[in-house]
Design a protein around this ligand. Structure first.
Ligand SMILES: Nc1ncnc2c1ncn2[C@@H]1O[C@H](COP(=O)(O)OP(=O)(O)O)[C@@H](O)[C@H]1O
Ligand SMILES: Cc1ncc(COP(=O)(O)OP(=O)(O)O)c(N)n1
Length: 261
């Protein structure tokens, strides 16, 4: 049995809390080999996103092809895409992966500190070019309302239904910003609530990245969607519980590896 190889297509967070840095830690936590195709470099800390620089579409496609041609890709996690040009490049590269490769999309739009990580004019491309290609999409509540074009008055179940109608295999609306912090899974037939304790705030920077990367890793290990979603909720929740509240002046990074000095 060889170790699963999982690819993160995402942006770099210089503060190490979210993005590819969070994904590699989450992959290690789940015992898979992590690989990266970096889409953008952000100058970011716990307080703000100071600058964003996109990686060229050609270089993004080259990174994906390089790992696919040699190591193989057992699952993909997609995070920050940033622009229409990046979305086009990633859509093309995904089309060259073997059919049936599990693909998890965390539709990153805005950092917890408030900085925009997806151009407003790229929201439509994300909805039309990437969402229909994926196995499961994992928006938080705000992202789910943007994808579904649904206002606050629309119940979350209806929001999930509208996203599912765009074409992904399943939808998980993550619960970090809900009162009870339970995730809501819809596979096109049934709704499943994935409950978990709510832990104190102050260290949830990177919780969405950790959740989606863990989900991809667990799918690469052959877990069912429900098993993988349950593990992702549990591991992301524990990463918030153990989060590094003392690091930085803003929301501290999650701590998926349980590090302590
Ligand atoms: N305070 C918290 N306590 C427990 N689990 C949390 C907390 N915040 C987030 N999570 C979990 O982390 C994952 C990501 O949640 P969420 O905050 O919705 O995403 P994002 O970071 O993209 O805004 C979900 O599984 C969610 O349930
Ligand atoms: C480079 C980069 N990618 C993604 C995010 C957003 O990550 P997320 O896990 O949703 O956590 P918050 O930033 O919302 O706490 C990011 N900030 N940077």
């Amino acid at each position: 049995m060889t170790i699963p190889c999982v690819l993160s297509i995402a942006g770099s967070d210089s503060g190490g809390g979210a993005g590819i840095q969070a994904d590699l830690k989450a992959f290690a936590r789940s015992g898979v080999h992590g690989m990266t195709a970096i889409t953008a470099i952000t100058a970011q800390n716990t307080v703000e996103v100071r600058a964003v620089e996109a990686v060229s579409p050609g270089m993004i496609k080259a990174q994906i092809a390089a790992v696919a041609d040699d190591l193989g890709v057992d699952a993909v996690k997609i995070g920050m895409l940033g622009s229409v040009a990046t979305i086009e490049a990633v859509a093309e590269a995904l089309g060259r992966l073997p059919a049936g490769t599990p693909i998890v999309l965390d539709p990153v739009m805005v950092a917890e500190s408030g900085g925009r990580l997806l151009d407003v004019d790229a929201e439509e491309s994300l909805r039309e070019r990437i969402v229909p290609l994926v196995t499961v999409v994992t928006p938080n509540v705000a992202e789910s309302r943007v994808l579904a074009r649904a206002g606050e008055d629309v119940p979350l179940e209806e929001v999930a239904r509208r996203i599912h109608a765009l074409g992904p295999g399943a939808v998980i609306v993550t619960g970090g910003h809900r009162e009870e912090a339970s995730d809501l899974l819809f596979d096109g037939e049934r709704f499943e609530s994935i409950p978990g304790e709510r832990h104190p705030g102050g260290a949830a920077h990177g919780s969405g990245c950790t959740h989606s990367a863990t989900l991809a890793a667990q799918l690469a290990k052959g877990r069912s969607l429900m098993e993988a979603a349950t593990a992702a909720r549990e591991i992301a929740g524990a990463a918030v519980r153990d989060g590094l509240r003392e690091v930085g002046a803003g929301a501290g990074p999650v701590n998926v590896l349980g590090l302590r000095s």
